[in-house]
Structures are given as C-alpha cells and as structure tokens.
Design a protein. Structure first.
Ligand SMILES: Cc1cc2nc3c(=O)[nH]c(=O)nc-3n(C[C@H](O)[C@H](O)[C@H](O)COP(=O)(O)OP(=O)(O)OC[C@H]3O[C@@H](n4cnc5c(N)ncnc54)[C@H](O)[C@@H]3O)c2cc1C
Length: 463
C-alpha cells in the first residue's frame, strides 16, 4: 500500500489501479506530492480571494502536464485517455477543483488542436510552447443566445478574407477568460446559409479577444474565472482555422466531447473521494465520551460511507472503463493518425458512453457531499473542515454543458427513438405533434395558418 496516496483518507486498496501502468502510478505519486505541497494549500486561498490558479498551472507545467496527451513528437508526454482520467481525478481529490476545471478546459482546447495538428504550423507552434511557456488554452463555446446548448453558436460568424478569415464571436462563459493565452472558439462557417450544423473552429490569441476578467463571482469554482469574451471581427491567417470549413461538428464529436466529458467525470469522482477522505478523518477523530465511541463507530455513519463509496467506485470504474475503451479505439490515443486519415473518428462511436460518464459522476458527487456533510455534523458545516468548499465546487458539474438535464434526455431519447432523433440543431419538425395541433384548429384557424404560411413563404422567396 502506498503511503503517499493515503494521506489519512480512504486507503489506496480502494483504488482501481488495474487500469494504470507502473509509469502512470509513478506519475500519480508525484502529482499527489505536488497537490499536497502546492495545489491544495493554494485551493483554499483561491477560494477566498478568487485568484486565477496560474500558480497551480505553473506547478503542473513543471511536471510536463500541460502537454499530458500531446504526442512526443510535439514535445508532450504522449499519455492516453486513462492517464488523463487519473490525472484529473487526482487533482480533484488531492489538489484544487478550480485548477481541475481550468486544466480540463486547457486539455480540451489542446485536444481540438491535436485533432487537426498535422501540417498546420500555427497549431504545431502552440503545442510546442505548452509547458515551457506555461501556455494555457481554453475552449470558448457557450453562446449567450443558446445557453448550455454550446454546440449552437448563434451569436457568431466567420467570413473569408484574401489571406485568411475574419472571426466574430460572443461567448457567455469561458473558463480562464482573459487569463488564458489561447482560445479555441467555434462559429458558424464562412459559407453559412442558415444551417447551424455547418460550424468551423478557430485558434485565437489572448491579445485578440475582449474579456472582462476578475468579474467572476459565484457559488464555487472561484478560481476558474469563467466569464464572457468577445472576438470582434478579428482577422486571422488561413492556418488559424482548426481543420477545414464545416469541420466543427466533427470536431465536437471526436475531439471535444468524448475527452471533455471523461475529464469532467474524473474530476467530480475526485471531489467525491476528497469528501470521503475528509469525513474519514473527522469521524475517526471525534469521540463521544458519554458512550465511549468515535463517530465512525456508529453504524449509521458506516452506512453513509459504505453506500457513498460503492456509488463512487461504480462511477470511477465506469469512467476508467470508458477511458480504456477510448484508448482501445484510438491506438492508445494516437493523435498522429488523424493527420494520415482525416476521416478517422474512433472516439465518436463511444460518445454516448461518455455522456453517461459525466451524468453519473456529477449526480453522484452531490449526493456524496451531502451525506459526508451530514456524517461530519456541525463540524462539516464549518468552512475550516473544507467540505463546504467542495460542496460549492462540486455543484458546478451538474450545470456545465451538456448539463445533466440535457444528457439524461439525450440518452433516453436516443435509446427509445434512435440517435438520429436527437436533432441537435433543431432542424427536423415533429410531424406527430404538428398534425395533432392542426387537428385542434377549426376552419377559420386553419385558414389563418395557411395565410401566415403563404406570407412567410413569399417573404422568404423575395429575400
Ligand atoms: C463554472 C463554470 C465554468 C464554465 N466554463 C465554460 C467554458 O470554459 N466554456 C464554455 O463554453 N462554457 C463554460 N461554461 C458554461 C456551461 O457549459 C453552460 O453553458 C452553462 O452553465 C449554462 O448556463 P445557462 O445559465 O445558460 O443555462 P441554461 O441553458 O439557460 O439552462 C437552464 C436550465 O435549463 C435546462 N435545459 C437546457 N436545455 C434543456 C433541454 N433541452 N431539456 C431540458 N432541460 C434543458 C438546463 O439543464 C438548466 O437546468 C461554464 C459554466 C460554469 C458554471
């Protein structure tokens, strides 16, 4: 048993270590040490001061982690999806949830770049700077017009110029907004004709965006500094389009969502474990002298921990299992093959498994936090124990896009009616609802509808 991984919390025999290689276990040991000395003490401070966790990102860069899954040919560690999940779980558990979120959005932007890196000098230059320059990226997708439907960027457009593209975007939320060095942003495509499935992806730099940093004020995740940003008609050269015009939807399904959802799941599993670590410390320390028992000796408290640990282990096994499937499908996370085979989309077929991963983890974490707070009594309610900070941070998982409401509906609808029923871009009319509503109209109302439709068709023909 490892002393480093224990830290008086739930002991390491409860870790599903059969997913990890020896090299990955060694990386985890070193990362836990870094969390202990640096990330965790900073987490408490950042929660109080709203400081952006750049110092923690510098610490991660010192271990090469800003290029964790970047191929070795670009100077990265060349690690796989399982390792990405392990690193996020470890930062969530022993380090700092805000840093886990900032780091997730960083690796997410790097994933979008890796998908189309081959032969693109702008992207390759960014990839080589990640650790040496602590070059932090983020993904700017959520749109003020469409809320958590981040794949639907209405307040955006792109135009073709003589030597590249002009990018316009309004984004309602961007973790690291104004603090990150580069931004991967999605807009409708330069040849947009009303079809919002026609999306393109751009690489934009810090000095090209308008941001409102330090305005973030929220329940938790206080270091993540998520804020609105604008890209106001910025001219970029042709290589700053990531992929090709119209590549955005494929990029979402292949590069962003499967890895992003896996990272969210792993981080929130880490936060659930952190809550149980704290509860173990508190309930084994606290003695009720009248009955001569520690709080941990009460069967009620054991039941809380037993059930929460089983639920969390199910979520961890699920997350690591899906990460392993992603590795199996991608030649162990070989991004370079996308350059040789641009149509190769091995993660996409596992996308629905990653939806479930995020849903399960973000549902579980809140239950665990609630129960651990109860197990710790009034002491749990106090800031000093650290549980209330985790509870505030942990709630972010459920509301982050795709939100758990949306994921639950995706899964139920797709399971019942097929994947094609999802209609992300609201393009397919629901014929049965339409017919049913028309059935309710009398003749006058039907005629009014016919007139309205004809007027609308005439207007469209003129336009
Ligand atoms: C801490 C934090 C950091 C973030 N960082 C980023 C970032 O870096 N980049 C980025 O692009 N975005 C980011 N986001 C935005 C996030 O991904 C969501 O877009 C955002 O939380 C949605 O908020 P909203 O108020 O627009 O919700 P709304 O979309 O208005 O949702 C309100 C409610 O409606 C529900 N709802 C929405 N659609 C449906 C539906 N079809 N069926 C049923 N219910 C539905 C939602 O689940 C929710 O309960 C961040 C959010 C947070 C909280």
């Amino acid at each position: 048993m490892s002393e480093m991984t224990d830290f008086n919390g739930i002991s390491s025999e409860w870790n599903p270590d059969w997913f990890l290689t020896d090299e990955q276990k060694d990386l985890r040991e070193r990362l836990i040490e870094l969390c202990h000395t640096t990330l965790h003490p900073n987490a408490i401070e950042f929660d109080q001061t709203y400081e952006y966790p750049r110092r923690n990102m510098e610490a991660l860069a010192s271990m090469g982690l800003l290029a964790l899954h970047v191929p070795k040919k670009y100077g990265g560690l060349g690690q796989n999806h399982v390792c990405v999940a392990m690193v996020l779980e470890t930062i969530g558990r022993y380090g700092c949830p805000s840093t886990a979120l900032v780091y997730t959005m960083h690796l997410l932007s790097v994933s979008a770049l890796l998908f189309r890196a081959e032969g693109n000098p702008e992207i390759e230059a960014v990839l080589r700077r990640l650790n040496d320059d602590v070059f932090i990226g983020t993904a700017s997708y959520s749109d003020p017009e469409t809320g958590s439907h981040f794949w639907y960027p209405m307040a955006s457009k792109a135009e073709k110029t003589d030597d590249g593209w002009r990018v316009h975007k309004k984004s309602s939320w961007t973790t690291s907004g104004g603090y990150a060095d580069f931004y991967v942003a999605q807009t409708s495509s330069p040849d947009f004709d009303g079809d919002f499935a026609n999306l393109s992806v751009f690489l934009v730099m810090k000095d090209e965006i308008v941001s409102h940093e330090s305005t973030w004020s929220a329940m938790g995740m206080r270091g993540n500094q998520s804020g609105p940003i604008e890209i106001n008609g910025v001219d970029v050269n042709k290589d700053r389009m990531v992929g090709f015009p119209g590549d955005g939807a494929t990029s979402n399904d292949e590069a962003l969502d499967p890895i992003g959802l896996t990272m969210f799941a792993a981080s929130y599993n880490g936060i659930a474990l952190a809550a149980m670590d704290i509860a173990k410390g508190q309930t084994t320390r606290k003695v009720h002298k009248d009955v001569g028992m520690r709080v941990a000796d009460y069967p009620t408290i054991q039941d809380y921990v037993g059930e929460c640990l089983m639920d969390t282990e199910a979520s961890r096994l699920y997350t690591f299992g899906v990460a392993q499937a992603l590795d199996m499908n991608t030649d162990n996370c070989d991004w370079t093959r996308h350059g040789r085979e641009p149509d190769w989309t091995p993660r996409t077929e596992l996308l629905h498994w990653t939806w479930m991963s995020k849903f399960i983890s973000c549902k579980n974490v809140y239950n665990v936090l609630d129960k651990m707070l109860q197990a710790c009594g009034g002491s749990g309610y106090k800031t000093s124990l650290g549980l209330e900070r985790l509870l505030r941070d942990g709630k972010a998982g459920w509301v982050m896009g795709p939100t758990n409401e949306v994921l639950r509906q995706f899964v139920g609808k797709a399971a019942l009616l097929g994947m094609e029923s999802l209609d992300y871009w609201n393009q397919v009319p629901n014929e049965s609802v339409l017919q049913n509503e028309v059935k309710k109209l009398d003749d006058d109302a039907k005629q009014k509808l016919i007139d309205q439709l004809q007027a609308s068709m005439k207007k469209q023909a003129v336009e």
